[in-house]
Design a protein around this ligand. Structure first.
Ligand SMILES: *[C@@H]1O[C@H](CO)[C@@H](O)[C@H](O)[C@H]1NC(C)=O
Ligand SMILES: *[C@@H]1O[C@H](CO)[C@@H](O)[C@H](O)[C@H]1NC(C)=O
Ligand SMILES: *[C@@H]1O[C@H](CO)[C@@H](O)[C@H](O)[C@H]1NC(C)=O
Ligand SMILES: *[C@@H]1O[C@H](CO)[C@@H](O)[C@H](O)[C@H]1NC(C)=O
Ligand SMILES: *[C@@H]1O[C@H](CO)[C@@H](O)[C@H](O)[C@H]1NC(C)=O
Ligand SMILES: *[C@@H]1O[C@H](CO)[C@@H](O)[C@H](O)[C@H]1NC(C)=O
Ligand SMILES: *[C@@H]1O[C@H](CO)[C@@H](O)[C@H](O)[C@H]1NC(C)=O
Ligand SMILES: *[C@@H]1O[C@H](CO)[C@@H](O)[C@H](O)[C@H]1NC(C)=O
Ligand SMILES: *[C@@H]1O[C@H](CO)[C@@H](O)[C@H](O)[C@H]1NC(C)=O
Ligand SMILES: *[C@@H]1O[C@H](CO)[C@@H](O)[C@H](O)[C@H]1NC(C)=O
Length: 854
C-alpha cells in the first residue's frame, strides 16, 4: 500500500474531531530531530529481548484444564436465533415506515413546543419488533468494507489482555474457550462466501463473539443500536421466601401486587424456566454465571430493569414470548421495540436500508461527540484519574440525584474553558441526611456526586454501612470525584468513632467499577497503615511495543523529572499546550498506560528502561503469550488530579487510626462487582484475609457462588484512546520507506470504516505476584463465605437488609436463619484460588447442561 492509501486510513473520519490528524506528507517534513527511527520494531531483535528472567510457566496440566461437565462443541442458543427472515417486499418498506413514525412524532412535538415551552423533545417512538427487524435486515452488506472492518478491528482486539487465555481458559473459570481472532477469520470467510449476506447478521455475529467472552471491559456498540432497541414485555424477579430455600421467578408486577401468593413462572417458550434463563444469561458481561443470572432480574439497589427487559439489545426473533405459570396458565406477551435517536444519529433522511447504511452504519458522528471529552484529548484539560471502566458501561444508578446535586452546587456539566482557573472554586463536597438512591432513609453523609453513602443503623450492635454502588459519578463530566469521595469517607469514619460504631457493612451490590483512585482511597481509609498493592501486566504484542516506545520517547526519565518539577511549581492544572517543554504531551504519554514512568515493579522500583518494562516476556505452558513486566501504579507521582490518602502529599495518612477491625467488617455483594470494585475487593482479600463476604442471589443451584463475579481487569482502554496512541506514533516516527509505513499499517489500530457509539478492550490483567501460574484474576471465581438468595427481606428495603445481615453476623434474632450456602461465623474461605481440581468445586454450571423442552 502506498502513502496515499495509508493517509486515507489514518485520516478517515473516525479520528477524534478535536484533533487535526497529521498527514504522512507532513511527517516527512517534520523536524528531523524529533523523528525517531522505528527500525527497532520491524523484528523482535535480540536487543529487544528481556535481560531479566521472568518467564512464567503455568503449573497444572492439560487434563486439569478440562472443565466440570463435558463441553466440547460450542453451544447453540436456541431462543435468540433470529429465525425470522423477512420477505424482501416487506423489508423494502420497513425503514421508510419507521422513519415516517419518527417524523410524525417530531411533528407532534413541534406543534406542542409552539404553544408549550415545557414540551419535552422526544427521543423514541414505539414500533413493532418485526418491522424494526425488517428495517435492520434491509441494510445491505458491503463485503469490502466489512472485511476491512474485520481486519481493522483485529488490531484493537490484540490489546485485549486475555485474548490468549480466552482460547484456553483455566479450569473452573466457567468460561467457554473462545478464539477471538480465529472467529474473526471465520466471520471473514462467511462474509466472503456470502453465508453472511446481511449487514445486521454481521453486526450481531461480531457482538455475540465479544459478549460470550464475559468481560465487561470488552465490548463494541454499533451505531444501529442507537436507532433501534428491542425490549422484553416486563421485568422478572427471582425471590426465595426466606433467602435459603431456592428462589422462584416472578413477573415483577405480580410479585409487587400479590407478594409470594403470586403465581411463579415455570416455563418460558416451553422450556424449563431455569434452563431458559441460564441460556439467556450467556449474553451477560460478568464472568460468574450467578452474576449473569442476577443481571436478568429487576433490582432495587441500585435500580435496574434487568436484561429480561433490556434483551441486551437483541432482536428476540419473534414478536411474542410465552410464559407458563404455576397456576397452569400459559400467556403470550408481546415483545416491544423502539425507534430511538439522538442529536448525532437519527432517522432524518432514512427511507431504505441503503440510507441506513450510508447515514448510520458509516457515520462516525457519535464517536466523535463522545470521545472528544475523554482523557487524553490534547488541550482540553489535565488528565482525569484512571478509570477502570468506561464511565458509561456499567453505571445503572439513579441519575436524578446527581443532576439535583449539580443544580444545587452549581457544578456545571460544562467545562469549556480550556485553561482551568488556577484556583478552582471548591463546592460543598459532602451532604448530610439527604435523599439517596431509592432508600427509605437518606445516609448520614454522601459525597456531592452521590457515589458513596454512609449510614449508621439505629441498632444495639452499632452497625455502620457504606453503600458503594459505584466508584464513579454517573455523570461523565462530574467534578471533584476524588475530593468528594475522600471528604465523605473522612467525615463518616470520624462520626463512626464519635458514636463508637464497631461494625461495618461494605455494600458493593451492583458496583461495576469506576475510578481506580477511589478503590484505593476507600481501602486506605479502612486500613491506613496496610500496604495497598495491586499488580498488573499488559499484553506486549507488536503494537503494544510500538506504543510503549512512543510513550518512552516522550516520557524519558529526564522529561519526567522536568515535568514533575513543573507540576510542583505550577500545579497539574497549569499544564497545557502552552507549557514549555512538551509538558502536556509528557503527561498524556505517562497516563496512556504504555509508559513505565508511573509504575513500580514488585520490588518497588521504577522499571529501569523500556525493555525492562515492556519485555516482551514469554508466558509458556497452557497459554503462550508475550506480556509486560508485572507492575503496580505509582500513586506517589503527582500526575493524578488528586492525591490518594497514604500517597503523595497525603503520605502521612498511613499513621491515621484504623476505623474498624477486620473481623468487624462484612462485604456484601451480588456478584456484579467488577473492575475497580474487584481491585478494592482484591485489596481486602490479599492484604486483609478473613474479611467475611456474603453474596446475594444467583442460580437456584445451592452451590457456592462468587462474591466478585465481574471482570477483574484493572483498566479499560477505549478505541478512542488506542487511536490516540496511533496518532502519537505517526507524529513521532516518520516512516521513511513504504516498508516502514506498511509495518505501521499492519500493526497499529487505525480508523474503522463503521461508526460506533462505544468500544473498548480490557487493557490490564490483575495478577497476584505470589501466584506462580500468574493467571489473570478474570479466571478466578472465589466463592463468598455465605450465600443468600434474594428474599422479600431487604429486597425493596436495603436498610432493613443491612440490619438483618448485621444481626446474622454479629448479633442474634436475625430473620435469616443462616446462609443458603456456607456460613458467616466461619469468616473463612474468601482467600486463595478456586482449587484446580474440578472435583473439589461444586459450582454447577447450568449453562453447560443441554437445553431440553420439558
Ligand atoms: C530465572 O528465574 C529462576 C527462577 O526464579 C532463577 O532460579 C534463575 O536464576 C533465573 N535466571 C536468570 C538468568 O536470572
Ligand atoms: C492432570 O490432572 C488430572 C486431573 O487433576 C490428574 O488426574 C492427572 O494425573 C494429571 N496428570 C499429570 C501428568 O499430572
Ligand atoms: C396471600 O394469601 C393469604 C391467604 O389467602 C392472605 O392472607 C395474604 O394477605 C395474601 N398476601 C398478599 C400479599 O396478598
Ligand atoms: C395465573 O397467573 C398469572 C400470573 O400471575 C395471571 O396473569 C393469570 O391470570 C393467572 N391465571 C388464572 C387462570 O388465574
Ligand atoms: C439529525 O441528525 C443530523 C446530523 O446527523 C442533525 O443535523 C439534525 O439536527 C438531527 N435532527 C434531529 C431532529 O435531531
Ligand atoms: C431507634 O430505635 C429505638 C428503639 O427501637 C426507637 O425508640 C427510636 O425511635 C429509634 N430512633 C430513630 C431515630 O429512628
Ligand atoms: C520468547 O519466545 C521467543 C519465540 O519463541 C524467543 O525467540 C525468545 O527468545 C523468548 N524470550 C525469552 C526471554 O525466553
Ligand atoms: C505453547 O507452546 C508450546 C511450545 O511451542 C507448545 O507445545 C504448546 O502447545 C503451546 N500451547 C498452546 C496453548 O498453544
Ligand atoms: C498529615 O499532615 C497534615 C498536615 O501536616 C495534618 O493536618 C494531618 O493531621 C496529618 N495526618 C495524619 C494522619 O497524621
Ligand atoms: C484467618 O482465620 C483463620 C481462622 O480463624 C486463621 O487460622 C488464619 O490465620 C486467618 N488468616 C489470616 C491471614 O489472618
Amino acid at each position: 500500500m502506498r502513502a496515499g492509501a495509508a493517509l486515507q486510513l489514518l485520516s478517515a473520519a473516525n479520528i477524534v474531531a478535536a484533533i487535526s490528524f497529521p498527514h504522512f506528507a507532513a511527517f516527512a517534513e517534520a523536524d528531523a530531530t524529533t523523528a525517531v527511527p522505528i527500525q527497532g520494531f520491524y523484528t523482535t531483535s535480540p536487543s529487544n529481548s528481556p535481560t531479566s528472567n521472568t518467564t512464567v510457566a503455568r503449573t497444572g496440566n492439560a487434563t486439569a484444564a478440562t472443565r466440570t461437565g463435558t463441553v466440547t462443541a460450542p453451544r447453540t442458543l436456541t431462543y435468540t436465533q433470529t429465525e425470522y427472515t423477512p420477505n424482501p417486499t416487506v423489508f423494502r418498506t420497513a425503514c421508510a415506515e419507521i422513519s415516517s413514525s419518527y417524523a410524525s412524532r417530531l411533528a407532534v412535538y413541534s406543534s406542542q413546543a409552539s404553544t408549550n415551552a415545557n414540551a419535552i423533545l422526544p427521543t423514541r417512538v414505539a414500533v413493532r419488533p418485526r418491522e424494526a427487524w425488517d428495517c435492520l435486515y434491509s441494510i445491505p452488506i458491503n463485503r469490502d468494507l466489512t472485511l476491512e472492518f474485520i481486519s481493522g478491528v483485529a488490531k484493537y482486539l490484540q490489546f485485549q489482555s486475555t485474548i490468549e487465555y480466552l482460547k484456553n481458559p483455566p479450569a473452573n473459570s466457567l468460561q467457554d474457550p473462545i478464539d477471538i481472532i480465529g472467529s474473526l477469520e471465520k466471520l471473514a470467510d462467511q462474509v466472503r462466501s456470502g453465508e453472511i449476506a446481511h449487514h445486521i447478521r454481521f453486526e450481531n455475529a461480531f457482538r455475540k463473539l465479544l459478549q460470550r467472552c464475559h468481560d465487561g471491559h470488552l465490548g463494541f456498540s454499533f451505531n444501529s443500536g442507537s436507532l433501534i432497541a428491542f425490549r422484553g414485555p416486563f421485568s422478572l424477579i427471582s425471590i426465595s421466601p426466606d433467602a435459603i430455600e431456592k428462589p422462584k421467578v416472578y413477573a415483577e408486577n405480580d410479585l409487587l401486587e400479590f407478594g409470594l401468593n403470586a403465581s411463579y413462572v415455570t416455563r418460558i417458550d416451553g422450556y424449563g424456566v431455569e434452563a431458559w434463563l441460564a441460556e439467556f444469561a450467556d449474553y451477560g458481561s460478568s464472568q460468574s454465571p450467578d452474576a449473569r443470572y442476577n443481571a436478568i432480574f429487576a433490582n432495587r439497589d441500585p435500580g435496574s430493569d434487568g436484561t429480561f427487559y433490556t434483551l441486551y439489545g437483541w432482536y428476540p426473533g419473534k414478536n411474542t414470548i410465552s410464559l407458563t405459570y404455576s397456576n397452569a396458565s400459559t400467556i403470550e406477551y408481546e415483545y416491544r421495540a423502539f425507534a430511538r435517536w439522538n442529536s448525532a444519529l437519527n432517522w432524518t433522511g432514512i427511507r431504505t436500508g441503503a440510507d441506513f447504511y450510508a447515514n448510520i452504519v458509516l457515520n462516525p458522528a457519535y464517536f466523535q461527540l463522545s470521545s472528544s471529552n475523554e482523557e487524553g484529548v490534547a488541550g482540553e484539560h489535565a488528565p482525569a484519574p484512571e478509570p477502570t471502566n468506561s464511565g458509561n458501561a456499567h453505571h445503572i444508578h439513579d441519575k436524578q440525584k446527581v443532576r439535583k446535586r449539580q443544580m444545587r452546587t452549581g457544578v456545571a456539566t460544562t467545562t469549556t474553558s480550556r485553561r482551568p482557573s488556577a484556583t478552582p472554586q471548591v463546592p460543598q463536597l459532602v451532604y448530610f441526611n439527604e435523599p439517596y438512591m431509592r432508600h427509605r432513609v437518606g445516609p448520614y453523609v454522601q459525597d456531592l456526586n452521590g457515589i458513596i453513602g454512609g449510614y449508621f443503623l439505629n441498632d444495639t450492635i452499632g452497625t455502620a454501612v457504606l453503600d458503594i454502588s459505584s466508584f464513579a459519578a454517573d455523570d461523565d463530566d462530574a467534578e471533584f470525584e476524588v475530593a468528594g469521595f475522600q471528604a465523605a469517607l473522612t467525615t463518616f469514619f470520624a462520626e463512626a468513632r464519635r458514636r463508637g460504631s464497631k461494625k461495618l457493612i461494605l455494600d458493593v451490590r451492583g458496583n461495576g467499577g469506576g475510578l481506580v483512585a477511589l478503590g484505593f482511597e476507600l481501602y486506605k481509609q479502612l486500613f491506613p497503615s496496610a500496604p495497598a498493592q495491586s499488580f498488573y501486566r499488559i499484553r506486549a504484542h507488536e503494537a503494544a511495543q510500538i506504543f510503549a516506545t512512543a510513550a518512552e520517547t516522550l516520557a524519558t526519565d529526564k522529561a519526567t523529572e522536568e515535568l514533575i518539577e513543573t507540576i510542583e511549581r505550577i500545579g497539574l492544572d497549569g499544564i497545557d499546550e502552552d507549557t514549555p517543554g512538551r509538558a502536556l504531551e509528557v503527561v498524556l504519554a505517562i497516563s496512556s498506560g504504555f509508559s513505565r514512568q508511573n509504575t513500580l515493579d514488585v520490588s518497588g522500583n521504577k522499571p529501569e528502561d523500556l525493555e525492562t518494562w515492556i519485555g516482551p516476556y514469554n508466558i509458556t505452558g497452557l497459554v503462550n503469550d508475550t506480556v509486560s513486566l508485572l507492575v503496580e501504579n505509582n500513586f506517589n507521582l503527582p500526575i493524578q488530579s488528586s492525591d490518594i490518602s497514604g500517597f503523595g502529599s497525603l503520605a502521612n495518612f498511613t499513621s491515621a487510626p484504623q476505623p474498624f477491625q477486620k473481623e468487624d467488617i462484612l462485604l456484601l455483594s451480588d456478584g456484579t462487582c467488577a473492575s475497580t470494585c474487584t481491585i478494592f475487593s482484591e485489596l481486602l482479600k490479599r492484604e486483609q484475609a478473613n474479611i467475611s463476604s456474603v453474596v446475594m442471589g444467583g442460580r437456584p443451584n445451592d452451590g457456592p457462588s462468587a462474591h466478585v463475579g465481574g471482570t477483574h481487569g484493572s483498566r479499560v482502554l477505549t478505541y478512542a484512546n488506542l487511536l490516540r496512541n496511533s496518532r502519537r506514533v505517526v507524529e513521532l516516527f516518520t516512516p521513511e520507506t513504504d516498508e516502514q509505513e506498511q509495518y505501521l499499517i499492519d500493526n497499529i489500530p487505525l480508523a474503522l470504516p463503521f461508526g460506533f457509539t462505544y468500544a473498548a478492550i480490557n487493557f490490564r490483567d490483575a495478577i497476584r505476584p505470589e501466584d506462580e501460574t500468574a493467571t489473570p484474576l478474570q479466571f478466578a471465581l472465589e466463592p463468598a463465605d455465605c450465600r443468600l438468595y434474594f428474599s422479600p427481606i431487604g429486597f425493596t428495603d436495603s436498610v432493613y437488609l443491612w440490619g438483618e445481615l448485621s444481626k446474622l453476623k454479629w448479633g442474634t434474632g436475625s430473620e435469616f436463619e443462616g446462609c443458603a450456602v456456607g456460613g458467616l461465623q466461619r469468616g473463612e474461605g474468601s482467600t486463595g484460588f478456586v482449587p484446580d481440581d474440578p472435583n473439589t468445586v461444586e459450582i454447577v454450571n447450568y449453562i453447560l447442561q443441554p437445553l431440553k423442552p420439558t
